[in-house]
Design a binder for this molecule. Sequence first.
Ligand code: ADP
Length: 215
Amino acid sequence: MRQFIVVGLGRFGYSVAKTLANKHYDVLAIDTDEEKVQEISNIVTHAVQADATDEDALKTLGVSNFDVAVVSIGENIHANILATLILKELGVKSVVVKAKDQLHGKVLSKVGADRIVYPERDMGMRIANNLISSNVLEYIELAPNYSVVEIAADDNMYNKNLLDLQLRSRFGVNVMAIRSRDGINISPRAETEIKAGDTLIVMGDNDSLDELRKM
Ligand code: ADP
């Protein structure tokens, strides 16, 4: 089982730590604010009041034994960058950091962050994509211009199979999975028939996915 550190227990960090703990992962939660530490102490394996920009404090906590650290210090960019640098230097394999904007993200990648996330930008994009097309249930960006979307099957798909629909040749997209009342089919075959209430999980470039949505 991988072991996680979560640094900064604001709304984002708290939610990351709680979700991991609920899935029975070992989580060390760190914050300078005693109240935040108290609040999460019954939920995670260890909750410690410490300053993540203090290298000796992190060393004492044995952070180098952890596989993944999530840095979610928000307001204080200086502390966010310094904590990232120290965690990398102490040998944490993977450091995931919440960034404010692209420039901040650039600095984080220079100091060794393995993954940079922009929660507000990403959530905004997902919500906007949900709003503009009522049949899009979920939207995940894979890379700039490539996404995975969940699309509710509509009546011009019912009782047709994937071969009939020809989504790959017509739109250049791939159906990765189909969710139906019976569960999820993660490797649908050409003869898999689409039924009312099904959801298609489709991967492709954004323009092609837009075309498919308008179908
Ligand atoms: P969010 O937008 O996710 O709520 P915040 O910026 O409000 O994020 O919260 C960041 C958290 O990080 C706060 O709880 C704050 O006490 C904590 N924090 C700030 N600086 C440090 C630091 N040097 N070490 C550890 N935790 C810190």
